[in-house]
Design a protein around this ligand. Sequence first.
Ligand code: ASN
Length: 343
Amino acid sequence: MSSAKSSILLIYTGGTIGMMKDYTSGALKAFDFSQLLKNIPELNQLDCTISSYSFERPIDSSNMNPTHWVAISDIVAEKYDEYDGFVVLHGSDTMSYTASALSFLLENLGKPVILTGSQLPIGDLRTDAKENLITAIQIAALKKKGKAVIQEVGLYFEYKLYRGNRTTKINAEHFQAFASLNYPQLIESGVHLTVFNEYLLPQKKKLGLKSHRNMDDNVAILKIFPGINKNVIDAMLGTKNLKALVLETYGSGNAPMEEWFLERLNNAIINGIHIINVTQCSGGAVMMGHYETSSRLKKMQVINGKDITTEAAITKAMYLLGSGVSQDLFKTVFETSLRGEMM
Ligand code: ASN
């Protein structure tokens, strides 16, 4: 850490982390965020200054949508020069989607934006909120030779910092609620914080932050299953204004070889719908052409999602469509890693 204290902005959006138990009634209620330091005196021991900003109406993350993502990104962009790092408190349910979306919206990010939350409310005796919050702040405050150690969107949960756009929520019960199956952790919190420098996104040189504001929601996700029928495919591909479809396929990107299925996908592509092949496995990558069951997909110009998560794929599609990338370039740009989201 450099000698100058880091200044951190906590952005509170809602989720379980921000709730306190009212011990008289036993009910969970939203926590008054202006009282944060009073309720968590441990924060005073951190070697940084902490300010907070709260959504006017904190939400359960199931209610998150692209408008909220842009709102969070706007706050970071607006306050970018004032703070050394940002911690976003967020419900865990859709945290991986928000982390992925923010990674695309915040281009050339040179400071940490760390999302965290908890499985139990901050006021619960056995809460995981305090450790997650305190360590997320410490990580956001980390500096080396005056420069931020983390210069990307991260997600901190249960002793691990992950690249945000590589994560997925894997458990609704365990404190270890997230996994990053296709990319190693960036930091592990034990007695010390161990930073795995080789896995961090490279330090930004002189490029300034470029924040984006457009996400196009004319997208969909379709998880295929044995027995999927024509009506389902037709309904999905016939969705009004559909521009991109994330197709969750089997294993390394495989799908049924039935003619009616392939023909429908091919027609959709000819009609300008981008189809992105991602695997429905939790880990591993799409390898189109590896099996016969994916060769036709490759030939008809289905986009290779490689090892991207579904969360990153859908938000990347929204971002690219919103950024106005041309129809011809969409496939090439999608298949390129923009923020370390894919191999
Ligand atoms: N439903 C909550 C949310 O995502 C779950 C949590 O935060 N643990 O907002």
